[in-house]
Design a binder for this molecule. Structure first.
Ligand code: SF4
Length: 417
């Protein structure tokens, strides 16, 4: 387990939707945000449920208008996950959301800065024991209304080191904002400091984690489509998490937010920061030795495992006998493909040799049967009963060494199937 930075603990939720703790050593939580209109109640509820089913611990909704906060009471009553109201510009939306029973408020110091208004929100949250996330964003941190101030700040930002100055502005604004909360003796706080620049994200969270002991919500804002946003998000977030920084995450894509949840969870599984739910799939990248349609097989296996397998069973799908045994050593269920066929192993034991068209079904049957055995206490995850013995590539797989031999000699060997 990676060592984690010590922080205060902030808890949100209630008896009905359950409670999630952020910080204080709790597992790193995964958040996402709905992409539709909050006032479209049925669609919003459906989207929240979809995110919750995908594994989101907390879901945030936008409340730009009064009709959005007016919808919150019904939405909250119909979902089974804590809801955060994302508030910008209008502090009244925060008060309305709190009144509707929301579980957490997100405020942006860049657009709700009036001390009296912020204090009103703090007092309302205090009365209901609702935490507040102070979400600083690079895009809104520089003063926009006061032109003189903006020019001065931007001059500072771009005159020398972009990161250093931006960082200074982010931390200063955060400190100024936190003063208001401390004056009200309010500490139920989570902090975020997002940017589109992965390096600024790393620097900002490191700087903040050295100054404050509040839990941190990590994210790269406006990371782009999933194809490029994954790398832009996972590089800084993975770096920070591996360093023990970060108590909650949101990956943000210009795409279906379900991917944000799936990719966020996968990152946490990879870092050992969450216990995996469902199978772990290992697959070879394929090469010139491949003799089955492995890309399709891997996608089919992935899709079907997600439906039926709830335990963290390790499944390896390997294209040939060359690296198969080594890669399959740690897998519970493994398949080595050969010439249009595949041999299936369960914890090192060879259990089936099937033609390509039956691989998927046979592999899934073994996974389901193995899961049942684990649930009944007849098998244990990660236990290797016997060493993986590579299949006979000529007889059983109809390929492998045959190809290798053919490479050595100009005389083709007879086909064995
Ligand atoms: S397992 Fe075989 S097919 Fe897959 S990449 Fe390795 S050598 Fe190539």
């Amino acid at each position: 387990m990676l060592p984690r930075r010590k922080t205060r603990a902030v808890t949100l939720g209630d008896d009905r939707v359950g409670r999630i703790t952020i910080g204080g050593g709790a597992p790193v939580s995964v958040q996402s945000m709905t992409s539709g209109y909050t006032h479209d109640i049925d669609a919003c509820v459906a989207e929240i449920q979809k995110l919750s089913t995908a594994g989101a611990d907390i879901v945030r909704v936008a409340v730009p208008e009064k009709k959005d906060t007016a919808a919150l009471r019904e939405i909250i009553a119909r979902v089974n996950v804590p809801i955060v109201a994302d508030v910008h510009f209008h502090f009244q939306r925060a008060l309305e959301a709190i009144d509707a029973g929301v579980h957490k408020i997100r405020l942006n110091p860049g657009n709700i800065s009036d001390r009296a208004q912020v204090k009103e929100v703090i007092q309302a949250c205090k009365a209901r024991r609702i935490p507040i996330r102070i979400g600083v964003n690079e895009g809104s941190i520089v003063e926009r209304r006061d032109k003189q101030k903006r020019l001065k700040e931007l001059g500072g930002v771009f005159s020398n080191q972009k990161h250093g100055h931006f960082l200074a502005i982010m931390v200063t604004k955060l400190e100024e904002y936190l003063e208001i909360f401390h004056e009200e003796d309010f500490h139920d706080i989570v902090i975020s400091a997002k940017s589109i620049d992965p390096l600024l994200v790393i620097d900002a969270y490191k700087a903040i984690s050295e100054r404050f002991d509040y839990p941190l919500h990590l994210g790269v804002t406006h990371a782009g489509p999933r194809e490029t946003g994954t790398i832009r998000s996972v590089v800084p977030l993975g770096h920070l998490l591996a360093d023990g920084i970060g108590d909650s995450i949101r990956i943000s894509y210009a795409s279906d937010p379900v991917y944000e949840v799936q990719d966020g969870l996968e990152m946490l599984y990879c870092l050992g920061l969450r216990t995996r739910v469902g199978a772990e799939l290992i697959a070879c990248p394929t090469c010139g030795r491949i003799q089955v349609d492995l890309y399709k097989l891997v996608q089919d296996v992935r899709r079907e495992l997600a439906k039926d397998i709830h335990l963290p069973i390790k499944v390896a799908v390997m294209g040939c006998v060359v690296n198969g045994p080594g890669e399959c050593e740690g897998a519970d269920i493994a398949i080595f493909a050969g010439d249009r066929r595949g041999i299936i192993y369960v914890q090192g034991e060879k259990v089936a040799n099937v033609p390509e068209e039956n691989i998927l079904e046979a592999l899934l049957n073994e996974c389901r049967a193995f899961q049942a055995k684990v649930q009944d206490g007849q098998a244990k995850l990660g236990e290797k009963k016997v060493d993986v013995l590579p299949p006979d590539p000529i007889g059983e797989l109809g390929s492998g060494w045959e190809k290798i031999q053919r490479g050595k000699s100009s005389v083709p060997l007879p086909v064995t199937r």
